[in-house]
Each structure stands twice: as C-alpha cells, then as structure tokens.
Design a protein around this ligand. Structure first.
Ligand code: 3SK
Length: 520
C-alpha cells in the first residue's frame, strides 16, 4: 500500500486527483460558515503556487507557514509542496527567540503569516539574514507593508504545472516542540506524508469521502497535520477547522460541520467532560463515529466517559514528530482495551528492548520501545542526533512500554518519567491515572522529587476541580486512594496543589518544568 511511483507530488495526490476523478464539487474544507470545494482549493493552491514562484521560491527552498488552524494554512502548505519547495508549519505560540532559531536553522526563504502573528515574526526576521519576503494573510487588520496573501492569489495565474518531485524529495519540515533543548527540524518526503494516510488512517479508521475530520490539534503538530490535512484530503473527505478551540467551539463544529472523526488530545477531552458533565447537552453530535487521541496517554476513565456520553470509542495512539504520525493504535473495529495503546499499525514493527543491552525482551516485560516502518527519523542538519536516533532502521521514541501476551502494547512512562524510589521503579503516569479517577482532581502530573533517604519520592502536582477544597484532608484521601489501588510504595508522599500545569502548545505536560522547581 505504501509503494509509490518514483515520481509523485503530494499536492497532486491530495487535491488534483479528486478534481480529475469528478469530485471537484465535494467539500474540502469547512471553516466557520464557509465551505471550500476541491475545485476551489485546487484553484487557490495553483494561484498561490504561481505567486510563490514569482517571489523566487524554488524547489527545495523552505517556506515558513505561520497560522492558527485556518484554510490559508492548508492552501499555503499545498502550494509550497506543489512547486517542489518545503513548507515549515510553525506553532503560533512560538516567540521571536524560538522563531529566530528556526528561521536560521532551516534557512527559511519566504514566510507566510497570519496578520495577528506578524509581530514576533518580524522581530525574528530582523535577527537573521535568510528571509527574503514575508507574505501576510490579512484578517484582524494589522498594518504592514508586506505583500498580501489575498492580492497575490487574485493577481496570479490559475494554471500551475506541479514540480516533478521524486517520491523521496522533502515535502514537509516540522520542528519538534520538545519539552527540553533546542528544537530540531524533522523532515519528511512526499511519500512519507502519503504513507501516514495509507497506513494508519486507512487501516485504523477506514475513512471514506463522507467523513469530516475535525478537532483541535494545531496543524503544525505532526498529529494535527495528519488528522486535519493529509487524511481527509487523501480520501476525498472534508476538513473541519476551528481557529479558537474551546469545548463550546469544538462541539459547535461537530454540529455545524458534521464532524465524523473527532481528533483531539486527552486534556481537551477532559475539558469537554468537565465543561459539560451531563453530556453534550444542546449540541447535536450524532455525526460522530470515532475519536482520536495522541500526545499523551489517554486515561481509561476518559475513554469510558466519552463512550458513555458521546457514544464513540476513542482510538489512543502513539506517534512522534520524527515518525510523522501514529505507529501504535487500536483499529476502530477492534474490541478496544482502553488500558492499552493497541497494536503496531500495519506496515510498522514494534518491539520492547532492554535499555542496557538492546536485546529484545519477551512479552510481559517492560522496556524501551523500538519501532520501524515506512516513515522514519530524518533530522535536518543534525548528523550527531541522527546517528544516535536510529539503529539498523529502528527508532527509539523514548517511551517505556510492555507488550502484553495478546500483542497489545501498554504504555508505562516516558523514559524520563520513570521514578526510582528506594529501588522501586514507579511509572509516574500510572499514579496519575489513579489520581485522575477522583472527582476532586481536574489535572495531575506526577514526578520524582529528589529525596536524601529514598533517592526520589513520588510527588503529585494537582489542579483541584472547581467546587472542591485543596486542603490536608484531601491530601490524605488522595494518598489513601493510591495506596488502596496500587502497590503502596507508589503512593505520592508529597502532594502540591497548583493553579495550572505547565504545558507545551501541543498540550503535553512539561514535567521537566516541574522537576526544575524541585531543584531550587
Ligand atoms: O504525540 C504523539 O503521540 C504524536 C502522534 C502523532 C503524530 C505526532 C505525535 C508527536
């Protein structure tokens, strides 16, 4: 399924093919109350591709695409790919310092930006000497003297021949959001992009042209790019975009856009459940057929509550920016066991190895996850990281898993989230899931805090659910709950209440920031 011809262009595959095969009038994108058909999308991509060529963008050049989840971001990425250049979708919350690093590292030639995100970009562009042009998509009325996205599209020809890209030519560059260190560019070829749809999406979701993919992962997050660009367009289905995601706007989009595949992360599912404890209330969510989750492990109680209140299963999956999308998941037709992540996605192999010796471990033993398949790790400009990251084709995402007797992979922790206390190995996320069962707990992060006697102790940072009091009595109750549910040595010896947990833009808890607090 993922053997492609030697020459293939992802934009032709995702857009032009549908128009050629008579699906030009089908909805490609729904955003607010606007709909863009496949024919209209093709025309915009072609016009903007010509405009970018006129600005001097050549095959292989890198182009920054900096937007919230809006249709211009989709058009921009496809136009850049169609002319053989490489889009670099950029997270909207990045500040000038981080952007400067990315612009310089990727040697970005042209940046396309939403007007409300222009400020930080201009500061970053001033600090580097590679960016030749900024194109601004006007919306909120920011004043500027750059070429405008809309007028470039209006003035350009709609006749664009795709660049004759080889399947292995680079077609996407994403920076790892990373919880530590300098962001690294991970690059992917035109065939890698298609392989995420023809592997994970095709087998696990079985999409059709009637599907509508929506939700809140940002498009510059590999998970969001697959869910909200590659998958729907590969199957002639529809993208639903929500610019300012909240429980209300997401449920509105389900109703208004008819979302069938709801793509999100555990935090957002929990926010929806917390905002609408009785269920979806006034929203019509009958279009939903399946939910997706990634970024962090999904707690079984979230799976159960969504299933009970929204009538859908959530497929939890693990992927990485480096592998481009999910490589372990259940399929929507499986009898899902929510306490496990699932099986290796068809086309991928996964195994558990001893972190010391690298030897494969038998089922039932926990160790380092290794994975290989049709997509793989290629870092931009980082030969030293590249040789560390891949061994005989196997990549090591940095997670501890167990493969159960039935073949399912069960998440234990990030390698750096394993707490070693008095010689016991305690996966922090296991303690988190037990604490999350309690109604008083809105959010929790568990880390190892340094301790003279035990090396480390289990410490839980907890955001208390509205209406409950954060006091000593609650500490004791929560500690007893863990002692009664797990081996008692796993209970959090310390609990600290906090207003908000530190998170990355993709919703991952930044446990390193909590660990840093323990060092001072
Ligand atoms: O974080 C994940 O699990 C993930 C999933 C799909 C694609 C990318 C990522 C980082």
């Amino acid at each position: 399924e993922t053997d492609y011809p030697s020459h293939i262009n992802v934009a032709e595959e995702l857009v032009d093919r549908h128009v050629e095969e008579g699906r030009g009038d089908n909805a490609a994108i729904r955003f607010r109350d606007r709909e863009t058909t496949y024919s209209e999308l093709q025309e915009k991509v072609d016009r903007f591709g010509n405009a970018l060529r006129d600005l001097g963008v050549e095959p292989g050049d890198r182009v920054l695409v900096r937007f919230p989840n809006r249709p211009e971001a989709v058009v921009s990425c496809l136009a850049v790919q169609k002319i053989g250049a490489i889009p670099q979708p950029s997270m909207k919350l990045l500040r000038a310092k981080e952007l400067t690093h990315i612009l310089d590292d990727a040697k970005i030639k042209v940046a396309i930006v939403y007007d409300d995100l222009l400020d930080e970009l201009e500061d970053a562009v001033d600090a580097v000497d590679c960016v030749e042009e900024i194109v601004v998509a006007d919306d909120v009325g920011v004043e500027h003297d750059h070429p405008s996205y809309e007028s470039l599209i209006d003035d350009a020809s709609d006749d664009l021949e795709a660049h004759d890209t080889e399947a292995t030519d680079l077609g996407l560059m994403l920076y790892t959001s990373g919880t530590t260190g300098r962001p690294k560019g991970a690059v992917h070829s035109h065939s890698d992009i298609l392989a995420t749809a023809d592997g994970y999406a095709r087998y696990c979701l079985e999409p059709t042209a009637d599907d509508v993919f929506g939700g809140n992962p940002p498009l510059p997050f590999a998970y969001g790019y697959g869910d909200l660009v590659t998958f729907p367009l590969r199957f002639g289905a529809t993208i639903s975009l929500v610019q300012d995601a909240s429980p209300e706007t997401l449920l509105e989009a389900v109703e208004d856009h008819g979302i069938t595949v709801f793509c999100s992360v555990p935090t957002a599912y929990n926010q929806i459940l917390s905002k609408f404890p009785e269920g979806h209330e006034e929203y019509d969510v009958s279009s939903l057929r399946v939910g997706l989750s990634a970024g962090e492990p999904l707690a079984p109680h979230t799976f159960d509550e969504i299933n009970e209140k929204y009538g859908i299963d959530i497929l939890d999956g693990i992927g990485t920016t480096e592998m481009l999308h999910i490589f372990i998941s259940h399929r929507h037709t499986d009898d899902i066991d929510a306490s496990a992540t699932g099986f290796a996605v068809p086309g991928y192999e996964a195994k558990i190895v001893d972190p010391e010796t690298g030897d494969e471990l038998e089922r039932g033993r926990s160790g380092q996850l290794a994975v290989r398949g049709p997509t793989g790790i290629t870092y931009w400009n980082r030969p030293e990281k590249q040789s560390e990251a891949v061994e005989n084709g196997w990549s090591f995402p940095g997670d501890i898993f167990v493969q159960r007797e039935d073949g399912r992979f069960e998440y234990q922790s990030r390698e750096d989230d394993l707490i070693i206390s008095s010689g016991y190995n305690i996966p922090g996320p296991e303690v988190e899931m037990v604490l999350e069962e309690r109604e008083e707990v809105q959010e929790v992060a568990v880390i190892g805090a340094p301790n003279e006697e035990r090396g480390e102790i289990v410490k839980a940072y907890i955001v208390v659910e509205e209406g409950h009091e954060a006091n000593e009595e609650l500490v004791t109750e929560l500690q007893n709950h863990v002692k009664n549910t797990l081996a008692p040595y796993k209970y959090p010896r310390e609990i600290q209440f906090i207003d908000e947990l530190p998170r990355t833009e993709t919703g991952k808890i930044q446990r390193t920031k909590l660990r840093d607090r323990e060092q001072v």
